[in-house]
Design a protein around this ligand. Sequence first.
Ligand SMILES: Cc1ncc(COP(=O)(O)O)c(C=O)c1O
Length: 370
Amino acid sequence: MGEEHHLRPATIAARAGRPEAPGAGVNLPISMSSTFREGGEALYGRDDNPTWEAFESVLGSLEGGRCLAFGSGMAAISAVLETVPIGGTVVVAAGSYNGTRRWCADAAARGRIGVRLVDTTDARAAIAACDGAQLVWLESPTNPCLDLADLAAIAAGARAFGATVAVDNTLATPLLQRPLTLGADVVVHSVTKWLSGHSDLLMGAVVTADDALLEVLRSRRSLFGGIPGSVEAWLALRGLRTLPARLFRAQATAGELACRLAAHPAVSRVRYPGLPDDPGHALASAQMDGPGAMVSFEVAAGPAAADAACAAFEVLTPGTSLGGIETLIERRGRYAFEEQTPPSMLRMSVGQEDVEDLWADLDRALGATA
Ligand SMILES: Cc1ncc(COP(=O)(O)O)c(C=O)c1O
C-alpha cells in the first residue's frame, strides 16, 4: 500500500505516482524498454515496467490495495478466474458483463470449472450458493441492467464458506465504491472504461490487499503475457488523473437525464440507482458515494424502435463500450449471450456534452418512436 491512503480520492488522482526528484518532470516518461540492464530490480518487460507501476500506484491507492495492470479488462478477469482450481466451482452474478459469463461458460464446457449463476440482488440466495465454491464473482452495478448486490453481506457470507470474493468495479470506479473496504478480496477493472476515460485504449487492472493473492496474479500476468503496452499505461494514467472531474460531471448529467427519461412517454422503464424508485436505490445510498453515470432505459415501442432511435441520434454516439468523453448508447440485447437483458433496453454511458444538447437529441429521437 502506498503512503497516499490518508489523502482524499481527488488528491490521490492528481498527485500520486509522480516523480519526486528535484528537476524531474512532473510526468514520468513513457518507458519503452523490453529489457533492463542487469544489477537492478527490473529484469524483463513482461514482468516490470516503470510506466505500469506509476499507474498501479495511483489505482492501488484509490482502491485501498496493491494494483497490477493488465492488457485488457478481460485479461484481468481471466487472471482472477484462473485462480479457481481445476474442478473447482465459481459462483457468478447472473447479470455480470457478457465477457465474464462467456469466459465461465467456455471453461465450464471444457470441464475446467463448475459455474453457478446466481441472482446477486438476492443476497441470501447468493450466499447459499457459495457453499463449496472457491470463488464468488460479483459485479455491482451490473452491466447493462444496473442491478446492485449487497457487497458487504455477500462478501461476509462467502468468506464464511472459505470462498474468495472478487468484484468487478468497472461501472462504479473507486470514486463511488471501494469493494475492498466492504470485505472483497480482489477488485477487477476494465481500465478501458471510466478510469482511462477517452475511448482510446484497452487496459485492465486487479487490486488486492492480500499479498499472497497479488503474487499469484502477478505470476498469471507474466505466464499468460497479458500485459499492457507502455503507451496505453501512460495514457491510462493521464486519464485517471481527471477521473473525478469527468465522473462527477457525467454523474450530474446522468441524474438529470434519468429523471427526464422516467417522465418521457416513449420510455417504459428507467434503471438508474439514483432514482428513488429504482430497486437498487437504498443499497446505492448505503454502499456507494454516488449512483454513477450509466443510465439504462427501455423503449416502449420495442426493440426495432430502440434500434431506430439509435440510428437517429445526432449528438449521442451509437456504439458499444462506455466511460468515454462522448455519450455512447447501444441496445445490448442485440448480442448473443444477452438473454437476460430486456430486448428494448438502451444502455447509455453519459459523457461530457451539455445536458441540454443531450436531452434535445434524446427527446427528438425517442419522440419519433412513440
Ligand atoms: C463491466 C465490465 N467488465 C469488464 C469488461 C471487459 O473489459 P475489456 O473490454 O477492457 O477487456 C467490460 C467491457 O465492456 C465491462 O463492461
